[in-house]
Each structure stands twice: as C-alpha cells, then as structure tokens.
Design a protein around this ligand. Structure first.
Ligand SMILES: [Zn+2]
Length: 282
C-alpha cells in the first residue's frame, strides 16, 4: 500500500508540474492518502480528498436467531434499537453520508450476507452492534476489531457470536471449512481484514473513549478476535458489544429507549470524529 501511495503522489505531482496550486493539492492528497492508507485511495478523476460517504450499520442476530438474553431483553431487539437510533442520528446530522442497514426489522440474515451488503455498496465503514453474555457480575461495553485473540475469554466472545452459522445451511462450505467451535479455526481466520486494521482500530478507540467519557458507561476496552461477520468485509469494520444483558443493572440500562439513544449518540460522536480525521479535519 505504501508503494501505491508513493506512486499516486508522484503521478499527482507530475500532473501538477508548473502550477503551485496543483502541487499544494497533490501534497494535501499525499497526506490524506497516508492517513487513509488502509481504506481507499482517493479517485484520480474526482475528489482529491477522501470523503466518507457510506456507512453500513449491522444489528446483530434477528429472526430465528435471538442472540443472547437477559431476564426480559433479547440481543436481537436491543442491537436493532441501538442501530436504528445511531442511523437516525447520522441521517439527521450528516446528509452527505448514506446509511445502509443490514436489517431494519426482526429478520434472520446470514453472517456472510451482512459483509456482502457492505461490499456491494462500497461502504467506507462497517459497524456491527451486539450485546454480550457472561457471568451475572460481568458488565461493560467492548469494541472489537478483527485480529488474533489474546485470551480464552476473547476467543469465547467470538465463538459465541460466530456460533450462529450453525443455524445456516452448508455453513462449512460457505465459510471455507470454518468451525466456530474450533480454536484453530479462529486463529487462522483472525488474519483476515488486516489490510483495514489501522482504521478499524482508529474508529474502535474513538468509540471506546466516547462510551467511557461522554456516555459514562463502563468499558472493557478495544479488543481483537476473529468475528465471522467482519471476515469478508473490504473496509474498516468494528463490532460493538454494547453491554451484558446477563447483568441485571446493565440489562435495565440497555433495554431503555432513552439510554439506547444516549449510547447511540456516543457512537455517533466517535463516527463524526473518525470521519473528520480521515477527511482532513474539515
Ligand atoms: Zn451478538
């Protein structure tokens, strides 16, 4: 990628030879290309500056897959509410950004199809929202990117989220022999998405900070593991575990409409910061 960036900068400098303005533009382009080195290079024919145009919002689970559960709340419902609240805020405040939802209702969508939706629409960012499960004292949000898990606990979260493919037909064929129950499968597979890891982490860190500071939620930090839903997406991608439905206090918090909107506002602010940074602070 570095070589492509250098080549692209060189071509722009050649094109701009003799014009100070063009040279300045080329330099700006080179700088922004470096910043977005793992997303996409600006197109030659139109904008010289990167623009984040399309975001795909993915509400985890749905339909026959209800995800994890608390006493009354179900992951499929809470994640959909959070996604719809986030999408509404982006649509209202950023008319230049196209928001695409993998689902807006309670339907089952296969994991591979979720990434495919993002790829078909040439999305610049993929955000998948979920809720966590664990011992009743476990609480706090987590922001995940694709990568090698550093602990069995991290592997466990990915295994739980990936287990849904057992409900899909021909899953071994469709997921290249991946077995959600096998740690070895997760190790091999965690190497995917590495081309987008810098910006995935950049966005994940912003989400983590917003959730901790503005939203004032406990956060367990930015983590990495092999999530099937992020596997084949060809853009920076994160998975947000918004909190534990198995913790009574957190279930109450997450199942409340005002809190969902508040939490979505934190993710929205992280999105706005990330977009501004990639676009060069405009
Ligand atoms: Zn989930």
């Amino acid at each position: 990628m570095r070589i492509i960036v250098i080549l692209a900068s060189a071509v722009l400098l050649l094109l701009g030879a003799g014009s100070g303005e063009w040279k300045a533009e080329a330099q700006t382009t080179a700088d922004s290309a470096r910043i977005v080195a793992d997303t996409a290079l600006p197109a030659f024919n139109s904008p010289y500056r990167y623009r984040l145009r399309t975001v795909v919002l993915d509400a985890g689970h749905g339909g026959k897959d209800r995800g994890c559960a608390g006493v009354v709340a179900r992951e499929a419902d809470v994640s959909l509410s959070l996604v719809l609240a986030l999408g509404k805020q982006i649509e209202e405040n950023m008319p230049d950004v196209k928001v695409i939802y993998t689902r807006k209702t309670n339907v089952f969508i296969e994991l591979a199809e979720r990434a495919a939706i993002a790829n078909r629409n040439h999305a610049d960012l993929f955000i998948s929202i979920h809720c966590n499960a664990g011992p009743s004292q476990s609480h706090g949000a987590e922001v995940w990117t694709m990568g090698l898990h550093k602990s069995n606990a991290n592997l466990g979260v990915a295994q739980r989220e990936n287990a849904v493919i057992l409900q899909e037909k021909d899953y071994q064929k469709r997921y290249d022999g991946f077995d959600p129950r096998s740690p070895q499968s997760h190790i091999l597979f965690s190497l995917f998405q590495s081309a987008y890891i810098t910006n995935s982490l950049r966005f994940a860190q912003r989400v983590d900070r917003q959730l901790r500071t503005t939203v004032k939620r406990p956060s367990r930090g930015v983590k990495q593991a092999g999530f099937l839903v992020l596997w084949k997406s060809t853009m920076p991608s994160v998975l947000i575990e918004s909190g534990f439905l198995t913790n009574p206090a957190e279930e109450r918090y997450l199942n409340d409409k005002a809190n969902q909107s508040y939490m979505a506002a934190g993710i929205y602010r992280a999105f706005r910061e990330y977009k501004r940074e990639l676009e060069g602070g405009s």
